[in-house]
Design a protein around this ligand. Structure first.
Ligand code: NAD
Ligand code: UGA
Length: 460
């Protein structure tokens, strides 16, 4: 296998952009081109002002600043990039299907298939095609069939190389991964990709498996992580009725080295583009093999998560004398977690929707999410008209505007800055009683109660 000199990545999103930026940073002799159909997104990746990159991730601006223009390029010319590459990553979106068979559960692979057909049509030399997107197990079989049947007689080797980065910590996760996973059948192709990662990842952390184990491991990793969150969230409800404190319980069980302390933070519910989508996909795959007990087991992780979001909204309503009609509720945070501008499947969207059904008046402040995005998220639900959403929801640029005159504050994202606010003066500017619903158990409840807040936190 010849050395990899040129890599192309199709899809310049939350995965393709940061992943390729780090690969380029660590492999200055390999030329990397990231392509996308979305012209606006590519223009943003090329913006001279690094604060305008389309993905907000701590440290990403420095990585892009180092590699862009040297050996990292962003372009909309997909054909040219395919033609020139030795190795092509496919990092396009694989959302849950919204139509037809598997609607609401199966992964929609239309974007993957389009990429495969385009690669087959354009390629005039042998290529290694790498699945970077998260895919149902055995997708490589379909990809290979499309490539071989519609191609120009050149050889394609398929590898699975799922991505495990988490948003908000993408750059540190990429710089220092727990493991890199590469599945494949061809030893030379696997070795070519191992070499790319070996530029900075110790060899013993690069795992190689067969294709199907690699594809399935990605879905299973996300299912296990989400299951931990649903497990601790289930316990948070039990804590609330028994006087136990969920953080104390999490700390106590996490000290057991077999359980471990990470990913045990109770919350208003997990969000993000992948946990729900990937578990639904796992459930769908299990059902398609008639493994109903397996499917039911994993589906419960999603059901509990939905319950957690609903019960937080209902708790707000119940505490505020069973009506929020016309009351001003300040949302602190809209992103699905801190340190990202991503709002996909954020718990905030569903909590807001529930409160808006009750005609609450919501004022949102998030340090990184734009008003356009917040309205897009609400409009996408289709629960009410765009005009209604704009009548009931206001988006502001400072926390002061959100909380002044509010009946209640709800914390939906665990942004660090919320911890440092002057809560005593916030309390002064609010209506009384001043309610604070902490969906992230972020603040010091005892201190807030001393200030005079009516404070409620998940799991307390
Ligand atoms: P994204 O929506 O941010 O980016 C995907 C990009 O692909 C979009 O910009 C879209 O325009 C582009 N695209 C789609 N079809 C195309 C085509 N035919 N040609 C060129 N460009 C095309 O998605 P993402 O968050 O980067 O996720 C990509 C994949 O990675 C998904 O399968 C996801 O499950 C997986 N993943 C995501 C994360 C995460 O943190 N977001 C982490 C690990 C894995
Ligand atoms: C997750 C996984 O952590 C990544 O390994 C994976 O690559 C990625 O999904 C993916 O495939 O997309 P991400 O969704 O970016 O990453 O962020 P997480 O840190 O996993 O958080 C997911 C959600 O769970 C967030 O809403 C977060 O607030 C919530 N969460 C997480 C909790 O409520 N409690 C916790 O203890 C941890």
């Amino acid at each position: 296998m010849k050395d990899i000199k040129k890599i192309t990545c199709i899809g310049a999103g939350y995965v393709g952009g940061p992943t390729m930026s780090v690969i380029a940073q660590k492999n200055p002799n390999v030329e990397i081109t990231v392509v996308d159909l979305n012209e606006q997104r590519i223009a943003a990746w090329n913006d001279a002002d690094l604060s305008k990159l389309p993905v907000y991730e701590p440290g990403l601006d420095a990585v892009v600043g180092e590699a862009r223009g040297r050996n990292l390029f962003f372009s909309t010319d997909v054909d040219k990039a395919i033609d020139e590459a030795d190795m092509i990553f496919i990092s396009v979106n694989t959302p849950t299907k919204t139509y037809g068979k598997g609607k609401g559960q199966a992964a929609d692979l239309k974007f993957i298939e389009l990429c495969a057909r385009q690669i087959a049509a354009v390629a005039k030399s042998d290529k290694i095609v790498v699945e970077k997107s998260t895919l149902p197990v055995r997708t490589a079989e379909a990809l290979k069939s499309i490539l071989d049947h519609t191609g120009n007689g050149v050889n394609f080797h398929i590898l699975s190389n799922p991505e495990f980065l988490a948003e908000g910590t993408a750059v540190t996760d990429l710089h220092n991964p727990d493991r890199v996973l590469i599945g494949g059948e061809d030893a030379e192709a696997i070795e070519a990709l191992v070499q790319v990662y070996e530029a900075w990842v110790p060899r013993e952390r690069i795992l190689t498996t067969n294709l199907w184990s690699s594809e399935l491991s990605k879905l299973v990793a996300n299912a296990f992580l989400a299951q931990r969150v649903s497990s601790i969230n289930a316990i948070s409800e039990l804590c609330e009725v028994t006087g136990a404190n969920v953080d104390e319980v999490a700390h106590a069980i996490g000290k057991d080295s077999r359980i471990g302390s990470k990913f045990l933070k109770a919350s208003v519910g997990f969000g993000g583009s992948c946990f729900q989508k990937d578990i639904l996909n796992l459930v769908y795959i299990a059902r398609s093999y008639h493994l109903d007990a397996v499917a039911d087991y994993w589906e419960q992780v999603i059901l509990l998560n939905d319950h957690q979001k609903t019960r937080f909204a209902e708790r707000i309503i119940k505490t505020m004398y069973n009506t929020v009609n016309g009351k001003q509720i300040a949302f602190l945070g809209w992103a699905f977690k801190k340190d990202t501008n991503d709002t996909r499947e954020s718990a905030a969207i569903y909590v807001a929707d529930h409160l808006l059904d009750e005609e609450a008046s919501i004022i949102v402040y998030d340090p990184k999410v734009t008003a356009e995005q917040i309205y897009r998220d609400l409009d996408y639900l289709g629960t009410r008209t765009a005009e209604e959403n704009r009548r009931l929801v206001t988006v502001v640029n400072t926390p002061t505007e959100a909380v002044t005159g509010a009946h209640a504050i709800a914390i939906l994202t665990e942004w660090d800055e919320f911890k440092d606010y002057d809560w005593a003066s916030i309390k002064e500017g609010m209506k009384r009683p001043s309610f604070l619903f902490d969906g992230r158990k972020l603040l010091n409840g005892a201190e807030l109660q001393k200030i005079g807040f009516s404070y409620y936190a998940i799991g307390e």
